[in-house]
Design a protein around this ligand. Structure first.
Ligand code: AMP
Length: 575
């Protein structure tokens, strides 16, 4: 039986898939499942994929990307005085996929199913079909991307999804250049009830927001305006995209670029730290637009959010935590089954190919973490109430690494204790604690960032890493999630805090530290019953107060250290 391959011809990336022993698989080309939908023209050859994407930075004028945005239009692309239609460019991408997959699978790729957005007009569909034919392919069928994603979802392990024979699904597809929302009824036959979107909204806009920030900083630091200079823009866009992707799993990142091209050939370097919060507030208006489109799609389908059984995430940009937060708020928690946002469309296309060719199709299993993994933090300093904050939400596809930033609450905080919890509650006692680790901190002011990172691998091993940012104090342990309540530590690596470390405090922080130390010392003094200890502590407090009055910096430091050390000693004995 001949294989009918599936092709997801995306705006940013494309991929090719097939059924392998009844299971859909995406074919890895040069080590990557996603092939950038980029074509670059070298005088000697036409280059496609990641090599073309790399050339975009140096040769933006001979490189074409995001051609899907103009499919079906009469727009022409002129490269080195030669005219290309959007169809021509797409056919180069399709031909590349055909040739590469053929070589890898040792089987000629003849027939395919190609996916297109549900909103594509007839002209756009025909144009896609023609591109396939120009690439030497027999296009068996053009199917809608949301339909393909739901086909794949329908073939997932039934235990992981609602067991109703018919279900209502919303596909939220946020890619590089387009946003699509479709409402489908899945049953024996799947039916698109409504489909809306915005063909000019996607990850590229988020990259551009970061690029604008970089341009502003370059303008401020170097007085150079690079807004119209394509080589610099291509370079910054690349860096911005990398930063954006990092922010999906880390709370902050730094863009470091040296020798940014500029017309005057000046040395322009850039170092810019961006936090996830800053990034998410920059893209907030875009996400609000997607929210309005969801309202519209539901209205068109005469449904409300409560009617939807599952929300399928499609497109690389749905990995942004603010997107999942928006959907959870809109549809309630646990509305999203674990569908790979990059590959489900291509896998669905392979399933469609299998259906056409009459192949046997097996159920698909996806590995996910079954419970939310959270850490315990102080919710309220007055009453010392603790709460659980999720680091890896349940149903996240594994392997996965996520980190979050937390802050010390008091100056000279000596320790952070990372409690690792499994479960869906925000109340620690209602979850299962699977481990804990302590990190001794170097002396630092209150509000010092501490990064907590969890990784979950395919064997269910959870690696917990905690780091006091800026002080290189870190510790890492492995926990075995299957051995609940045993606090089973597999590996433990740590770096020692530098207790000689000192920190620069602002006058306000200094005052706070002093107040805190005196307040704490007087509290301990009140509770002491041993006379000798009482006398020692009392004289250390007096000594500290006198040195503060004398305003002698060295004497203050010395008295403060003696007092803090003695308080620690008393506390250690108590423990
Ligand atoms: P697609 O068109 O579905 O291939 O999606 C591509 C878009 O997803 C690009 O804008 C990527 O930068 C973006 N993207 C991919 N991975 C991530 C990620 N982990 N976080 C945020 N955006 C991502």
């Amino acid at each position: 039986m001949k294989t009918i391959f599936g092709i997801d011809l995306g705006t940013t990336n494309s991929c090719i898939s097939r059924l392998n022993q009844g299971k859909p698989e995406v074919i890895s080309i040069h080590g990557s499942l996603l092939v950038p939908s980029v074509v670059s023209f070298d005088p000697a050859e036409t280059i496609v994929g990641s090599r073309a994407k790399n050339r975009e930075v140096l040769h933006p004028e001979t490189t074409v990307s995001s051609v899907k945005r103009i499919m079906g239009t009469s727009e022409k692309i002129i490269i080195q005085e030669r005219e290309y239609t959007p169809e021509d460019i797409s056919s180069y991408i399709l031909e590349y996929l055909k040739n590469q997959a053929g070589e890898i699978c040792q089987e000629e790729v003849e027939s395919v199913v190609i996916t297109v957005p549900a909103y594509f007009t007839d002209a756009q569909r025909r144009s896609t079909q023609k591109a396939g034919e120009a690439a030497g392919l027999k296009v068996e069928r053009i199917i809608n991307e949301p339909t393909a994603a739901s086909l794949f979802y329908n073939h997932m392990d039934s235990a992981q999804r609602s067991d109703k024979s018919e279900s209502l699904v919303l596909v939220y597809d946020l890619g590089g250049g387009t946003f699509d929302v479709s409402v489908l009824r899945l049953g024996e036959l799947s039916e698109v009830l409504a489909s809306t979107g915005n063909t000019r909204l996607g990850g590229d806009d988020f990259d551009q927001a970061i690029v604008n920030l970089c341009l502003e900083q370059i303008m401020q630091n170097h007085g150079t305006d690079l807004r119209q200079y394509r080589p610099a823009l291509a370079r910054l866009k690349d860096a911005a995209e990398k930063a954006k992707i990092t922010l999906s799993s880390h709370p902050f990142t730094t863009i470091q670029e040296t020798l940014i091209p500029n017309p005057a050939n000046h040395d322009i370097d850039l170092s810019l730290e961006i936090t996830r919060d800053e990034f998410q507030s920059m893209i907030f208006p875009y996400l609000q637009t997607t929210r309005k489109e969801m309202d519209r799609a539901l209205q068109e389908a005469s449904l409300s959010a409560g009617d939807i059984d599952s929300v399928l995430l499609v497109g690389g940009s749905t990995r942004i935590p603010a997107v999942t937060a928006l959907l959870e708020e809109y549809f309630g928690p646990s509305c999203m089954p674990p569908v790979d946002p990059d590959l489900s469309v291509a896998k669905g296309a392979a399933i469609q190919g299998g259906i056409i060719s009459g192949s046997h199709i097996q159920q698909v299993l996806i590995d996910v973490n079954p419970h939310t993994l959270s850490t315990e933090v102080l919710e309220n300093i007055e009453n010392m109430r603790l709460k659980c904050v999720p680091i890896i939400p349940r149903n996240t596809q594994i392997p996965v690494t996520r980190s979050e930033l937390f802050y010390t609450v008091i100056p000279y905080q000596r320790l952070v204790r990372v409690g690792v919890y499994q479960g869906e509650s925000r109340v620690p006692e209602e979850n299962t604690q699977i481990g804990a680790l302590d990190l001794q901190l170097s002396p630092s002011p209150a509000g010092t960032p501490v990064q907590i990172e969890y990784s979950y691998d395919l064997n269910g091993i959870i690696r917990v890493r905690v780091e006091q940012k800026g002080y290189s104090v870190k510790r890492e342990v492995d926990l075995d999630s299957s051995r609940q309540n045993q606090m089973f530590l597999v590996v433990d690596m740590e770096s020692e805090p530098d207790m000689e470390d000192d920190f620069e405090e602002t006058p306000f922080q200094e005052q706070q530290t002093t107040n805190y130390i005196l307040h704490k010392a007087r509290g301990i003094l009140e509770g002491l019953s041993d006379e000798a200890r009482k006398n020692t502590l009392s004289s250390l407090i007096k000594h500290y107060e006198t040195s503060l009055q004398r305003d002698d910096e060295d004497a203050v430091d010395e008295a403060e250290e003696a007092l803090v050390d003695y308080m620690d000693e008393l506390q250690d004995r108590e423990e």
